[in-house]
Write a protein that binds this ligand. Structure first.
Ligand code: SLL
Length: 271
């Protein structure tokens, strides 16, 4: 039976006013330039300079397949087979597709949710970066590793989900299906010391980052720190400007007063 995206909600299921659910995910691209150490395969056209991959996955490879059924990557139409559908993943696997080429463009990434959600598919864009970007140090690092990563952390938010979907999202998966209980097939240690489970249906992210898994509570805190520092700088600049303005206003008042005095003197003289 085909899976319908817009099937009617489960009998009696209503949308939950004022409620939302979210799940984190990571998406982006990794590109490598062909060179002596990474030669262009013979079957790849001579004008293709790069090989790249675009992907969607859970943070630290946590399972997202229980809410994300299928991902459609729409590539530039100059590329062979430019509409790529990725589905039927095992828990924790990455939705990804690869190609070779010479140019950057916007990739359309479309999410098809599990039928339990009763939600329509949703699309967004990702810019494919082939060339090193960012500050000098960043570019140097990208050239040295021959890897241009353009990765983003994001959260899928469902506002006012159907009660049945909310129930589905917040109920752990039936472990008996995995065969073993406890630390069974679906359970794994995540980077940063967090125990993750493919059956857990968690919205949590790991405590600390590690190579290849840059998104964590720690990175979140670092970002917050940077934002606070930036805010403090803005506040200080605002204060400085305010002081300067007060100084200028005082000077203007002084000049104005002198002008009035002078006019009064002139008037007295002219009589
Ligand atoms: C540009 N707007 O002009 C972009 C288009 C298209 C990139 C980039 C694949 C080519 C092929 C390819 O790199 N297309 O498979 O023959 O820069």
């Amino acid at each position: 039976m085909p899976r319908l995206q817009n099937m009617a909600p489960a009998a009696g299921s209503k949308r939950m006013k004022g409620t939302s659910i979210y799940r984190p995910f990571v998406y982006g691209s990794t590109a490598r330039r062909f060179n002596d150490d990474f030669p262009r395969p013979d079957h790849v056209p001579a004008d293709h300079t790069h090989s790249w991959t675009v992907f969607v996955k859970g943070v630290d490879n946590t399972d997202i397949s229980y809410w994300l059924n299928k991902v459609q990557f729409k590539l530039h139409d100059s590329i062979e087979n430019h509409i790529r559908n990725v589905d039927q993943l095992k828990p924790g696997e990455t939705f990804e597709t690869s190609a070779t080429g010479w140019g950057e463009f916007e990739i359309t990434i479309k999410f098809y949710f599990v039928p339990e959600s009763n939600e329509k598919a949703q699309a967004f864009y990702h810019h494919l970066d082939l060339h090193p970007y960012g500050d000098e140090a960043n570019q140097k690092q990208q050239r040295e590793t021959n890897e241009v990563q353009s990765w983003r952390y994001d959260e899928m938010v469902w506002n006012e989900p159907y009660e049945s979907f909310f129930e589905y999202m917040t109920t752990p998966m039936d472990r008996s299906k995995g065969g073993k209980g406890g630390m069974g097939k679906g359970t794994k240690m995540m980077g940063g010391g967090m125990v993750g489970s493919t059956g857990e249906r968690t919205a949590s992210i790991p405590y600390s980052a590690r190579p290849g898994q840059p998104f964590s509570k720690e990175t979140e805190r670092e970002e917050a720190k940077k934002l606070r520092a930036a805010q403090e700088k803005v506040d200080q600049t605002t204060k400085d400007l305010q002081k300067k303005r007060e100084g200028i206003e005082a000077k203007v008042a002084q000049v104005r007063k002198e002008l009035v005095d002078q006019q009064a003197r002139l008037a007295a003289m002219g009589g």
